[in-house]
Design a binder for this molecule. Structure first.
Ligand code: C2O
Ligand code: CU
Ligand code: CU
Length: 437
């Protein structure tokens, strides 16, 4: 299902699902039993989000990737009491992109997301419309929502890092009928900890047209693209000659610890049954093309205004620290609601240097802004990471530098978050906060 604005009514509610026939799993969703509707927004719209909490416990709701004011951002400070409705209203400032929404209550983010609370947001704009990309939702454009779960013998979800059941769009072993034409997949890694290196079972390329925060300048063909927790890829696949065939969207997958999941020889199994497999995600059954099908890929899609390093007024270093059994942290400091860790000036251009001193790879996410990666261990980023990003994998003992402009929203009192998007790490305190002032 989809919702279109300008007023979006979302009710967070408890429900049940049967992932295994006959086994009832207690779940939660927005306006339903599991996950939430895809919210379609347009850049420039003035929207009102009515989020009602019928969960019976306190939570929050965050718009991941969106450039909204801190009080509308839904971080840990902006709680929604049981029975209450939170109604932020804002102008959509974002470019066309694949965003998402999920709870963000400190210590309970993994629990609430695992239960089923997350959904996708598609922002549309004129650049996207002019580019001629597939953009008829449910016809030639589909959400691909990747999550793994542990379901115990009596159907309960176990809140953990890695699951042993793969869910795509909330379903086990799903298939999708896709037309024999250019088809666009909005792939979101909404897992707590698993990384997916996504490709097609027949080896045909994916054409990357967008990253977390927007459309790329040009499409980039690749056989695999890595998506770690919190990240999105916007890809087009060419099925023009595939009518009547069946193929799979697949992913080499693994936990992120210390291994290179970019390759096919995929590191240790780590005891989890899904680790190291080239997992089938969705079976794609190719049917007849539709009227008005998109039949080609544009050569150029977008023009991106990239801040350059010389414009930056400061470089901030954030270190990823800690080693099990102690929790992973940022700058050796556990998250504290009452402590503002960084103060950024409104309109500042800043370089953030994320230094991973741990032996584990962590996806770093920052609220408020979309950034551009400047370098990884001193080298320019690979082409798939040159677009707008809000989440970036920082491999073990590696350093990522990115640049961002902190414009439009300032508030001395309400901070934005930055954190590891492995939800157990985040809940254990691998998070900090910044104010823009
Ligand atoms: Cu997807 Cu701070 O979150
Ligand atoms: Cu976020
Ligand atoms: Cu982490």
């Amino acid at each position: 299902p989809t919702l279109t604005g300008p007023v979006y009514d979302l009710t967070m509610q408890n429900g049940t699902m049967e992932f295994t026939p006959g086994v009832v799993t207690p779940t939660a969703g927005y306006n339903g039993d599991f996950l939430g509707p895809t919210l379609i927004m347009h850049k420039g719209d003035d929207v009102v989000m009515n989020v009602t909490n019928e969960l019976g416990e306190i939570t929050t709701n965050h718009w991941h990737g969106m450039h909204v004011s801190p009080e509308d951002d839904g971080g840990p400070h902006t709680t929604i009491a049981p029975g209450a409705t939170w109604s932020p209203a804002f102008t959509v400032l974002d470019d066309a992109a694949t965003m998402w929404y999920h709870p963000h209550l400190h210590h309970l983010t993994n629990k609430h997301v695992t239960k089923g609370l997350s959904g996708m947001i598609l922002v549309r704009d004129e650049v996207e419309a002019a580019a001629g990309l597939p953009q008829t939702y449910g016809v030639d454009e589909f959400p691909i929502f990747l999550q793994d779960r542990n379901i115990n013998f009596d159907g309960q979800f176990i809140v953990d890092e890695l699951g042993s059941t793969m869910l795509v769009n909330g379903a086990v072993d799903p298939y999708l009928e896709v037309p024999a034409q250019m088809v666009r997949l909005r792939v979101l890694n909404a897992s707590s900890a698993r990384g997916y290196n996504v490709g097609l079972s027949n080896g045909a390329p994916l054409h990357l047209v967008g990253t977390d925060g927007g459309l790329r300048e040009t499409p980039l063909a690749g056989s695999r693209f890595l998506v770690t927790p919190g990240e999105r890829i916007d890809v087009v696949i060419d099925l023009r000659d595939a009518q009547g065939t069946t193929l799979n969207l697949v992913a080499f997958n693994s936990e992120l610890e210390g291994i290179d999941i970019a390759g096919s020889a995929n590191g240790p199994g780590g005891g989890n049954p899904l680790n190291g497999l080239d997992l089938p995600l969705v079976e794609l059954r190719v049917v007849a093309s539709t009227a008005g099908a998109v039949t080609s890929l544009p050569d150029s899609i977008n023009v991106l205004a990239r801040p350059i390093a010389a414009q930056a007024t400061r470089t901030r270093t954030i270190r990823m620290t800690g080693a099990p059994p102690s929790p992973f942290l940022l700058d050796d400091t556990p998250f504290d609601h009452g402590v503002v860790n960084q103060t950024v000036h409104l309109n500042a251009v800043e370089i953030w240097e994320i230094r991973n001193d741990t032996s584990y790879a962590h996806p770093f996410h920052i609220h408020d802004v979309q950034f551009f990666v400047l370098d990884i261990d001193g080298e320019p980023p690979p082409p798939e990471l040159t677009g707008k990003k809000d989440t970036i994998l920082v491999r073990r003992r590696s350093t990522v530098r990115f640049i961002a402009v902190f414009d439009d929203h300032a508030n001395d009192d309400v901070p934005y978050m930055y954190h590891c998007h492995i939800l157990t790490h985040e809940d254990d305190g691998m998070m900090g906060q910044f104010v823009v002032t």
